[in-house]
Ligand binder design. Structure first.
Ligand SMILES: O=C(O)CC1=CCC(=O)O1
Length: 247
């Protein structure tokens, strides 16, 4: 699987991978790039079925998405990296922390759905809707969950959602419908920063806060007055947390 990615920062610096949310692509990390690229070789990638990555027919699994990231590390010639992921990208990060600890230094996991398989119908219905009507059918509702009304710079994210291949979006919904990362959280050995947002209705903080007690040594931060896509709306608060954890 060839994942599309964009690389910034010094080639010899430690690698940090950036994994995006469902329907978005590597461009959603624009507010982090300047800051992280001063210290790291930053690789923002598109999950399979997203952005300019290949979009084979689904369904996909979390193992497919995590395996793609391990292949990307090989492509980059990086034995190890740190990983920052939000939402779907956060779920992929938890899978990597559980299944490939030898390839990673540190994780920053933001607003992750840890057990979306608890409500599989939500995801299979959304997959069917997007296959039938395209991502335009879910764009407004998604933006309404991802940002509070006072955040108005949403046009670039809308454009990413509309550009996302319907099959790729649907197949990643199906990956979420079969994903439960909770049973193996206690096996995670890498240092994990968990970030949640107090007004996240996509992945409510009540579902993220308990993970901090289940992941050994995890550090939890709650961003106030923020919704799901907190990296995009609140880089002033999130970027210092990322730098402090990754450095
Ligand atoms: O689409 C949403 O609001 C919820 C979501 C779950 C995984 C993800 O990336 O977004």
């Amino acid at each position: 699987m060839r994942l599309n990615y964009v690389e910034t920062g010094p080639a010899e610096a430690p690698v940090v991978l950036l994994g995006s949310s469902l329907g978005a692509d590597h461009r959603m990390w624009a507010p982090q790039l300047d800051v992280l690229s001063k210290r790291f070789r930053v690789v923002a990638f598109d999950h399979r079925g997203h952005g300019e990555s290949e979009a084979p027919d689904g369904p996909y699994t979390i193992e497919d998405l995590g395996g793609d990231v391990l292949e990307l590390l090989d492509t980059l010639g990086a034995e190890q990296a740190s990983y920052v992921g939000i939402s779907l990208g956060g779920a992929v990060g938890l899978w990597l922390a559980e299944n490939a600890p030898e390839r990673f230094h540190r994780f920053a996991i933001i607003c992750p759905p840890s057990n979306p398989a608890a409500n599989p119908q939500q995801w299979t219905e959304r997959a069917a809707q997007v296959r039938a009507e395209g991502t335009k059918a879910i764009a407004d509702a998604t933006l309404g969950r991802w940002f509070l009304p006072d955040f108005t710079e949403i046009a670039p994210i809308r454009e990413m959602l509309l550009a996302c291949p319907a099959e790729g979006y649907a197949a990643c919904c199906e990956a979420l419908s079969t994903t439960n990362l909770v049973p193996d959280l206690a096996t995670i050995t890498a240092p994990v920063l968990l970030i949640t947002a107090d007004s996240d209705t996509s992945v409510p903080p009540e579902t993220v806060v308990p993970l901090a007690a289940q992941i050994p040594g995890a550090h939890l931060e709650i961003v106030e007055n923020a919704a799901h896509l907190v990296t995009y709306s609140h880089p002033d608060l999130v970027n210092p947390l990322l730098l402090a954890h990754l450095a």
